[in-house]
Ligand binder design. Structure first.
Ligand SMILES: Nc1nc2c(ncn2[C@@H]2O[C@H](COP(=O)(O)OP(=O)(O)OP(=O)(O)O)[C@@H](O)[C@H]2O)c(=O)[nH]1
Ligand SMILES: [Mg+2]
Length: 315
């Protein structure tokens, strides 16, 4: 008899000044909000904890830290150990339109100091958020400037920066990348996906986490020019799935075809959806659907073994 693998909890700190958009992002990615609904969110009081089950045994322990100054001061003083201990990931959110850049940076540095002391191995991500408020042709330049400053200020820690907005797919790109770092044995998953793609002769295969629709693994066998396609698909399909559930329907899958390719999106394992893109016109849809069906069991098993092994390794 196999024992159920132990849960693996990973503490994720979400920080940044009040109104920068922390709770908005969390609600959209993990709680099925749509962007418009976030306008109704009130300021977060102290810390809001949430546990998100992600890929079976992986549990994200999100600490959404209210950013009002009185709270921030507390985090760095009386609550310091409690907040900054055992952190796996720090996500620091900057409002790109903030007019108190210096103060924002000051708080960020205090935060890094506390991280260095208490969780020196934590991974650090900075989100330059609300990019939709910046004029289109200025976005790249402004982001690069900020990124350069942040990387310099973060030393000796390394930080990865993303330009984000709740109003487009950039949010999915950032959160996919973050979550990707937390998935145990993601390389093994990717190797198996590559195998699968080769066997069925797909152009591309993607795996999405089932609840969030974040891309957690992919294999590209034929070059595709749009580097933003993953997050666009996450965004579109998640919206569609939410619309379905409002109509009391469950989204199971879909097939989209034109003269160049067919794309199949389908429920895959208990924690994932899969997308398969095929362009060989001699392979009938039915064959691909059967191939997907046959691969399920293998990936289901892989998922269980995966998380089981690594939960032992991580002790
Ligand atoms: N234009 C724009 N507005 C955003 C974006 N993200 C969030 N907002 C808005 O910003 C406001 C504040 O968002 P919250 O998520 O509550 O901010 P918070 O960081 O949680 O604030 P505290 O809980 O006080 O720390 C809301 O009205 C959101 O709709 C974005 O990407 N673009
Ligand atoms: Mg909040």
């Amino acid at each position: 008899m196999s024992k159920a693998p132990a849960k693996m909890k990973k503490k994720v700190l979400l920080m940044g000044k009040s109104g920068s958009g922390k709770t908005s992002m969390r609600s959209i990615i993990f709680a099925n909000y749509i962007a418009r609904d976030t306008r109704r969110l009130g300021a977060t009081i102290d810390v809001e904890h949430s546990h998100v089950r992600f890929l079976g045994n992986l549990v994200l322990n999100l600490w959404d830290c209210g950013g009002q100054e009185a709270f921030m001061e507390n985090y760095f003083a009386s609550q310091r150990d409690n907040i900054f201990r055992n952190v796996e990931v720090l996500i620091y959110v900057f409002d790109v339109e903030s007019r108190e850049l210096e103060k924002d940076m000051h708080y960020y540095q205090s935060c890094l100091e506390a991280i260095l002391q208490n969780s020196p191995d934590a991974k650090v991500f900075c989100l330059v958020h609300k990019m939709d408020l910046v004029q289109d042709d200025q976005r790249d330049m402004i982001f690069r400037e900020r990124e350069e400053d942040l990387k310099r200020l973060s030393k000796p820690l390394d930080c990865t920066c993303f330009a984000t907005s709740i109003w487009d797919e950039t949010l999915y790109k950032a959160w996919s990348s973050i979550v990707y770092q937390l998935i145990p044995n993601v390389q093994q998953l990717e190797a198996n996906l590559t195998n699968f793609a080769n066997i069925i002769e797909a152009d591309e295969v993607l795996l999405f986490e089932r609840a969030t629709f974040l891309v957690i693994s992919h294999c590209e066998r034929k070059h595709h020019p749009d580097i933003h396609r993953f997050e666009k698909i996450s965004n579109i399909i998640k919206q569609f799935k939410l619309s379905c559930s409002k109509l009391a329907a469950t989204f199971q899958g879909m097939e989209v075809s034109n003269k160049n390719f067919s794309a199949f999106i389908d429920v895959f394992t208990s924690n994932t959806y899969v997308m398969v893109v095929m362009s060989d016109p001699t392979i009938p849809s039915a064959a691909t659907l059967i191939n997907i069906k046959n691969a399920r069991k293998h990936f289901e098993k892989l998922e269980r073994v995966d998380s089981g092994h690594s939960s032992i390794a991580s002790r």
